[in-house]
Write a protein that binds this ligand. Sequence first.
Ligand SMILES: [Zn+2]
Length: 500
Amino acid sequence: MTLPGSAQRIASSPRTLTRKVWRSIARDLRTRRGNLVRGCQWALLVAIASCTPPLDEPPNVLLISIDSLRADRLSCYGYSKTTSPQLDRLAREGVLFETAIADSSWTLPTHVTLFTGAASQVHGVDWEDRRLGDQWTTLAEALSAEGYATAGYWSGPFLHPAFGVGQGFDRYAGTSGGQEAPESESPDGRSETTSFEHHDTVTSPEITRQALDYLANAKAPFFLFLHYFDVHYDYIPPEPIWRKFDANYEGDFVAEGFIFNEDIHAKMPRRERRHLDALYDGEIYYTDQFVGQVLEGLREHGLEENTLVVLTADHGEEFFEHGGKGHRLTLYDEVLEVPLMFRMPGRVVTGKQITTQVRHLDVMPTILDFVGAPTPDTVQGRSLRPVLEGEAALAPLPAPSFLKHGKMGTLTSLRTETWKLFYWDRAESEPLVFLHDLASDPREKRPLGADTPHSAIATQHLQAWQSEVDRRQQGFDATPLDEIPEDVLEELRELGYLDD
Ligand SMILES: [Zn+2]
């Protein structure tokens, strides 16, 4: 299987960094096992989660992930259009992290990271023939061990339990095409689920209905996970929302078949491009309404006061910023910057926007710390609980991200608040390293050479990170997926993820 468009996308990455010193650094990183500083360096860069006070009544947890949702397209993140009134309210009532970095730029590895607190390079679920191994303790399993009832309602092919992401859920049910799928009731959440259709219908109403049913009968404490898929391409928001952000459009452009649609490209007419943006915005507005209904359901059932709400996205979406469309092509900020917000009245401070960069890696340890549950040793992130409770400022930490690219090799990025380093381990030629100064080049358009102020420290950080990965990978090889269910394969193919 290969990814359509990946070759030309990666090939457009800067080729100017061929200075001898960069090549030397790149080779060292590739052959790092013999001569790198070993794992404790990264550990020194990572703060240890702080102690948790005892709780009388453990809070419920509602974790919502929205597919393909860029942070900068939400009004609470400064977007000019009011795309997200419900999420804006959630942010006002809790804490919003201005810069939250995804573990990768596609659904499967990022959700495994949300569920394990480990990076893609360590959990190894970085391709569609991989599944999360049973040896991992997932967020649902960790909460289940504390006596939580657990349920997950999901849409989109990569949340299928065949990929191992249903571990720990008492109930784990998928939805496609607006039709309810058979439910899994098995303890490991691996039962049969559903058949899928092309993404030309909506799933948010059904996910919301299931969530509201669950809340109506929920036994505390519970962990409820919801994955909304309608923001993912194709962008076909239902009537009348498709006009909401471009009411005057009179053309005949539609965003159907997004990946394969030859009318959607970097040089498409400006007017149609604007309409494409409006359709994406419409999908966000549409999904926002359903998230609002779930939050209202919490209130109606008297659960608002004792439920930690966590909202994020699995990755962003690119609209030709670096030539391509969709996601799973690059690790630039348009696919890595996701929303992240937390709310629990009385415990999480209100209306606070945190500027310190945080990561997908931090979500699971934050939730476990917040409810007073132990954090498994396999977690690489850190708890954000102290800052949620207004206790302390956060020290910034580097955010690693990873993308396997089939025949094109692998891409690793390491982002701080001031610079971002890319390491492209090309399969059939010398690896490349390039660096962006985010202060002077926030759009990542001008890669820098090796004689820049950040290069030495960036390289040290990357070496330390790779050592940490090597150390943690031992004993955690990804588990091959014996057979992807045919209905899942079919949906992946229609979404453009397979090219076989
Ligand atoms: Zn996704």
